[in-house]
Design a protein around this ligand. Structure first.
Ligand SMILES: *[C@@H]1O[C@H](CO)[C@@H](O)[C@H](O)[C@H]1NC(C)=O
Ligand SMILES: *[C@@H]1O[C@H](CO)[C@@H](O)[C@H](O)[C@H]1NC(C)=O
Ligand SMILES: *[C@@H]1O[C@H](CO)[C@@H](O)[C@H](O)[C@H]1NC(C)=O
Ligand SMILES: *[C@@H]1O[C@H](CO)[C@@H](O)[C@H](O)[C@H]1NC(C)=O
Length: 644
């Protein structure tokens, strides 16, 4: 009997303590999104390296099934400067999932061939809370019946997501916010930043936007494309004697005409405005396609037929030429289609993951959107922008970006000034790249890195956040200045900030549980002691009246404990019904091919190429390598969007 009373008291007390800690998932919906397990998480990764994670699909617009999928990583053993910082990460496309970033680039995990997570030492979550968002709707695990066509729609939807996100994480609302991403995110990020600035100007609850980081960004498509030929020749990828050269030069001239027209219009505009000839970059992009074809050798071994356009050191099979790269992609596909993984990540729709959504790529043409470079002037007045470029990327290469900056007007001048120094960047003792920075715009070239810089150089690229937040040394020991960033120390077992014996670094949930257990034990001892001293009958009497209440309480607590163990969704946040769109999406299945690579070498281009400017050009930009037929979608059922 003493036992029963002990249990009762313990349970009541536990629930009281839990209520105090507000960690009942009913009162804090984010607890339903906690990720407690993933294949390999606890076997391959040291417990102290496992971030606290939240993952799920947030409903934005129930009327058209729009849900944004996010995955948040938070270090439970933060270094000081990591506090109060939230970085949202976007991959490009349009339509490519930010799971690329989370699982192949800057996230805490990489996926091995056993479909298990392994630890990535270069993860950004140690410097900032990281939130990987699949957007716009239709991308990755995000759903919608109404795909965005224009960039202001993308920004509007993300603002809605931010609202929902901070409802889940109100404790983060005052955090410094960074927007970071890659490739086509060079369009998303400035649009979202401009929307945040608009919001801040109108509202009393402002978002603390502190900086933008854009990697190998697609920001001014025509201007960037005009430099493909120069870059390819300088990198030794194509010889001036190539038989296709006259045709390529002809296309180059075509592109030059368009760019001149744009330059004239930009010059004449008092405020940046939209021009149809600027948002269409098909003619200029075709140059890359022509270069790729002109250097393709279909007679070569399969892994050595053409340049990988994301890393020109590598060779690939034609016509993929990089589309199935990086090699981790095959593992990521398998991982994100595992039922257990979907359960662990709280993905509740029946949507099959694809790296890049064909539909989003096709619909988000942004033909009525001003290109994002024209938003820079305004953004740079209040928020710094860092453009970083892996120097081995062909598709969004350094030369094109520098050309774009040369023409950009901001902070009262055009381009970087003549004597803007090119500052060497040293990471640890490794030459990492160089930096140019003036009037809130910073250009960083990262040496020996591809289009996906953090895939090649995770540890180096994490230090980009240190550059952004002025956490580096300016070393002038050799006369000229160089910026030195420092690798984060590996967390040794039981030492340093990673030590689990340090109560200030233990997660709050763990602390509350520890506290509850100690209290319960103390009370238990007290109760046992009282029971020992008191008459048994009095204990029976005092406990009977509360039995039913305690059962209810117990059930709730057991349920809570189960939640905490598996963090399953008790009530499904999202509806299970699949939209027409997501069904259609399942038709496009990934070809889980692995790219094969050999070290770069000189090769003689084949002369039998064709030079049609076909649709490949419009697929050139990080588009889906999963080719499906557009005819499979009924255009009648496709929602029409007003042109904005
Ligand atoms: C902001 O707050 C001030 C004072 O608290 C109030 O007068 C003003 O109307 C608010 N503005 C908005 C846009 O809510
Ligand atoms: C750079 O940004 C700061 C705010 O972060 C602003 O005060 C300053 O005027 C900006 N500089 C230029 C040249 O626009
Ligand atoms: C650079 O640092 C690494 C690790 O700290 C060390 O192993 C290596 O010898 C250093 N290299 C040079 C050139 O100092
Ligand atoms: C870049 O790679 C080349 C060869 O792959 C190597 O010789 C060079 O040292 C590397 N440079 C840096 C800065 O890592």
């Amino acid at each position: 009997m003493a036992h029963g009373c002990f249990l009762l008291l313990c349970l009541s007390l536990t629930s009281f303590v839990l209520a105090l800690g507000k960690i009942d998932p009913r009162s804090d919906p984010k607890l339903n999104l906690l990720v407690s397990d993933l294949p390999g998480l606890h076997s391959n990764i040291d417990e102290k390296d496992i971030p606290r994670m939240y993952s799920g699909q947030v409903e934005l617009y129930p009327q058209n099934n729009t849900r944004y999928y996010f995955w948040k990583h938070q270090d439970t053993h933060k270094v000081d400067r990591n506090h109060k910082r939230t970085t949202f990460w976007f991959n490009g496309g349009p339509g490519c999932s930010s799971m690329d970033g989370a699982l192949m680039e800057l996230g805490p995990f990489r996926i091995n061939s056993d479909k298990e997570v392994t630890y990535n030492e270069g993860s950004w979550h140690r410097l900032s809370d990281m939130v990987y968002v699949d957007q716009p709707g239709g991308t990755g695990f995000s759903t919608t019946d109404k795909i965005d066509h224009e960039l202001n729609q993308v920004a509007r939807d993300f603002m809605r997501f931010l609202e929902k996100y901070f409802e889940l994480f109100p404790e983060d609302i005052a955090n410094d916010i960074y927007l970071a991403g890659e490739s086509y995110a060079g369009q998303y990020i400035p649009y979202i930043a401009a929307s945040i600035l608009d919001h801040n100007a109108k509202s009393n609850s402002t978002y603390n936007l502190k900086g933008l980081l854009i990697g190998n960004g697609w920001i001014s498509p025509n201007e960037q494309s005009m430099l493909y030929l120069q870059f390819a020749v300088e990198a030794g990828l194509i010889s001036k004697d190539n038989a296709a050269m006259p045709k390529i030069l002809q296309q180059q001239e075509e592109c030059q005409k368009i760019v001149s027209k744009i330059d004239a219009a930009v010059e004449a505009d008092k405020v940046p405005s939209w021009h149809d000839f600027e948002s269409d970059s098909t003619a200029c992009e075709a140059i890359l396609n022509m270069i790729t074809r002109a250097t393709t050798n279909l007679n070569g071994p399969k892994h050595d037929q053409c340049i990988n356009i994301y890393d020109y050191r590598l060779r690939d099979e034609s016509p993929a030429c990089g589309m199935t790269w990086p090699p981790d992609l095959a593992n990521v596909y398998k991982f994100l289609r595992e039922t257990q993984v979907l359960t662990d990540l709280h993905v509740t729709t029946n949507k099959q993951w694809t790296e890049c959504s064909h539909e989003v790529g096709r619909d988000l043409k942004a033909r009525d959107s001003m290109i994002s470079i024209h938003l820079f002037l305004r953004i740079l007045e209040s928020v710094p922008i860092m453009l970083f470029h892996g120097d081995r990327d062909l598709i969004c290469n350094t030369v094109g970006a520098l050309n774009m900056i040369k023409k950009l007007k901001w902070g009262g001048h055009t381009g970087f000034s003549k004597n803007a120094p090119q500052i060497p960047w040293v990471h640890g003792n490794q030459s990492a790249g160089y930096i140019k920075s003036e009037r809130n715009l910073t250009f960083v070239s990262v040496y020996n890195a591809s289009h996906m810089v953090p895939f090649d150089k995770p540890d180096v690229l994490r230090a980009l956040l240190d550059l952004m937040t002025h956490h580096f040394d300016a070393d002038t020991s050799n006369g000229a200045v160089k910026y030195v960033t420092h690798p984060l120390e590996r967390r040794g077992a039981g030492t340093g900030p990673g030590s689990s014996t340090n109560p200030s670094t233990t997660s709050s949930v763990t602390r509350i549980i520890q506290f509850a257990v100690i209290l319960v034990l103390l009370w238990g001892l007290h109760v046992l002691y009282s029971a020992y001293r008191a008459r048994p009958s009095s204990i029976i009497k005092s406990s009977t009246g509360n039995t039913s209440a305690s059962n209810g309480q117990r059930k709730k607590n057991v349920q809570w404990a189960e939640n905490l163990r598996r963090f399953q969704l008790e009530e499904q946040l999202m509806h299970q019904n699949t939209s027409f769109l997501s069904k259609a999406l399942q038709k496009f299945r990934g070809t889980e091919r692995r790219g094969n690579y050999t070290p770069p070498r000189s090769f003689s281009p084949d002369l039998r190429q064709s030079f049609e400017l076909d649709s490949l050009a419009s697929h050139a930009i990080d588009d889906d390598f999963i080719i499906g037929s557009d005819d499979e979608l009924d255009e009648e059922t496709r929602p029409q969007d007003p042109l904005l």
